[in-house]
Design a protein around this ligand. Structure first.
Ligand SMILES: Cc1cc2nc3c(=O)[nH]c(=O)nc-3n(C[C@H](O)[C@H](O)[C@H](O)COP(=O)(O)OP(=O)(O)OC[C@H]3O[C@@H](n4cnc5c(N)ncnc54)[C@H](O)[C@@H]3O)c2cc1C
Length: 174
């Protein structure tokens, strides 16, 4: 192993210690993507609640390791060499949908086709285009996914997010 490799291993070990309950080392990313290719992430974290997400953000801030949020992996091509940093899945904490009249709140891990069907079942119009997009809501916001003449920007009224670099929460809406 090179000197740089040893240094990286030490940083990864430091990041992993407080995350051990919900993170693993050298997780292959291929199964987490549509195209089933790509090598391992140094750390793969699956926080289950806000506390674990905050602990994760703190580890990112402390170690400075790069991060990669993995949604449903439908727009990800991971290199065979893998990802040198912390890959994060929100699947264990952000797969929820709440309907309040004509306003829909949903976690970033919700699959777009599931959300589109829930909206239709509730008699809401305007989100039908998303039924054929195989991504998550978070991935769709990141990419501004769209189709059939519409897109996420047309439907989104606000987001709550956690800035992983500063461990600060940010809210934005219109
Ligand atoms: C068969 C097929 C059909 C498709 N059809 C369409 C289409 O009609 N319209 C369209 O727009 N796209 C389409 N796509 C592309 C893809 O589905 C979209 O880009 C989708 O929005 C990606 O979401 P994802 O959850 O899979 O994101 P991923 O592929 O997992 O990630 C994509 C990017 O988003 C980031 N990201 C993911 N989740 C989060 C999060 N919670 N917070 C912050 N960043 C996040 C990732 O880090 C990465 O940078 C298609 C893809 C396939 C394979």
């Amino acid at each position: 192993m090179t000197g740089a490799g040893v240094g990286q291993q030490a940083v990864v070990q430091k990041a992993l210690q407080p995350l051990a309950a919900f993170a693993t080392r050298d997780e292959p990313l291929a199964p987490h993507t549509t195209y089933k290719v790509g090598g391992p992430a140094d750390v793969f974290a699956v926080p289950r609640n806000d506390d674990e997400l905050c602990a994760l953000a703190e580890a990112v801030r402390r170690t400075g390791l790069p991060t990669l949020v993995v949604g449903r992996g439908s727009n990800l091509l991971v290199a065979d060499a893998g990802f040198r940093g912390i890959a994060i899945s929100l699947a264990a904490m952000a797969e929820w949908i709440e309907l309040h009249d004509t306003v829909v709140h949903a976690g970033g891990a919700v699959a777009l086709p599931v959300l589109a069907r829930r909206c239709v079942a509730a008699g809401l119009v305007g989100f039908e285009w998303a039924v054929g997009v195989p991504g998550s809501l978070g991935g769709a916001v990141r990419m501004n996914a769209g189709g059939h003449g519409s897109d996420i920007a047309a439907s989104l009224t606000g987001v709550h997010l956690l800035d992983l670099r500063t461990a600060r929460r940010v809210g934005a809406g219109r």
